[in-house]
Ligand binder design. Structure first.
Ligand code: RIB
Ligand code: CA
Length: 324
């Protein structure tokens, strides 16, 4: 499966990238980076470093948007991900450099080069995907599948009571992406917050020697501390990795299909992903703002224990270089 990973690493992004690298099913065409957990320049550095540590510097990295369509970048989420987005490990930078092409150009070029073969995966704000669509709307007919970690259909948000972080970071771009007729799956908080990885399992995975494991699970110490302080949890949810556990075994997930609108007004529900869960056309003369929008495949339930076992097995059986 040819995939592109659009990412803002980010501690849970790091785990997701490691998981993807551990799976021979995935042929990673490239990583594209986006502002979010950290400024985009740092996201790019982190992406390059993670690939380096995994011995996969052959995978190209392309830098994307530095801010959302409408608002300035709100700053790094250092309380969650550390000043460096990697749990304050401040590891040495990679000698590798990103491509000259932008993330949007890279996405367009790969989808055009391999029509109906590329699965596009977004683990951060949807700005690069929206920019790619603007650049060449034809990609919506040529992509195989689009999956994104983000949004909350039937549960509360995680940045405020109504919105999820990735969607709230650029609601206009998210609404633009969700308004296009391409095959989309939303892997949002409805399922990621039912997929719990205990700190004991993180420690087990950290004990397997590898350079990328040292980075990823070293960073998790910071993430676990945050979860303990804020959520009183002795573990964390796996947000970004859930896209890969879904792709690896779709049977673990229940899905439903609805058109989605993203709230873009400057109001308390800005960034909320609203699925149209019922047909109200029986009310004469009432406008339907969802009319003509494509249906999105929404992951709304998961066997979280099995999803975490899947992640565990894949990481336990992977071979990565021990030293950088
Ligand atoms: O809401 C979870 C998302 O926000 C994840 O992608 C995580 O990396 C953070 O950016
Ligand atoms: Ca992310």
């Amino acid at each position: 499966m040819k995939i592109i990973i659009d990412t803002d690493p980010g501690i849970d992004d790091g785990l997701a990238i490691m998981l993807a690298l551990a799976c021979p099913e995935f042929d990673i065409l490239g990583l594209t980076t986006i502002f979010g957990n950290v400024p985009v320049e740092l996201a790019t550095e982190n992406a390059l470093r993670l690939l380096d540590l995994a011995g996969r510097s052959d995978i190209p990295v392309s830098q994307g948007a530095a801010k959302s369509w409408e608002t300035p970048y709100g700053g790094a989420k250092s309380a969650v991900h550390g000043e460096d987005g990697q749990g304050n490990l401040f590891s040495p930078t990679s000698a590798q450099k990103p491509l000259e092409t932008t993330a949007a150009e890279f996405i367009v070029s790969q989808i055009s080069k391999f029509p109906n073969e590329v699965t596009l995966i977004a683990l951060g704000p949807l700005t690069n995907l929206a920019d790619a669509l603007k650049h060449d709307p034809e990609i919506q007919h040529k992509v195989k599948e689009v999956l994104f970690m983000g949004g909350n259909a039937f549960c509360a948000g995680n940045t405020n009571p109504v919105a999820e972080a990735n969607i709230l970071a650029d609601p206009e771009a998210a609404d633009f992406v969700l308004g296009h007729h391409w095959p989309m799956t939303m892997v949002g908080l409805d399922v990621t917050q039912k997929t719990y990885i205990p700190s004991k399992l993180i420690a087990e995975l950290a004990a397997i020697p590898s350079a990328i494991g040292n980075q990823v699970f070293g960073a998790y110490r910071h993430y676990l501390k945050f979860y303990k302080e804020v959520n009183q949890m002795d573990g964390t949810w796996i947000h970004d990795s859930s896209v890969f556990t879904y792709l690896l075994n779709k049977e673990l997930y229940r899905t439903s299909e609805y058109p989605i609108l993203v709230e873009t007004a400057d109001c308390i529900s800005r960034g909320k992903t609203w699925p149209s869960i019922k047909d109200y056309s029986f009310i004469a003369g009432q406008e339907n703002p969802w009319l003509g929008r494509p249906k999105v495949n929404i992951c709304d339930d998961v066997n979280g224990k099995k999803a975490v076992s899947l992640l565990k097995n894949r990481l336990m059986n992977a071979t990565f270089p021990i030293e950088k």
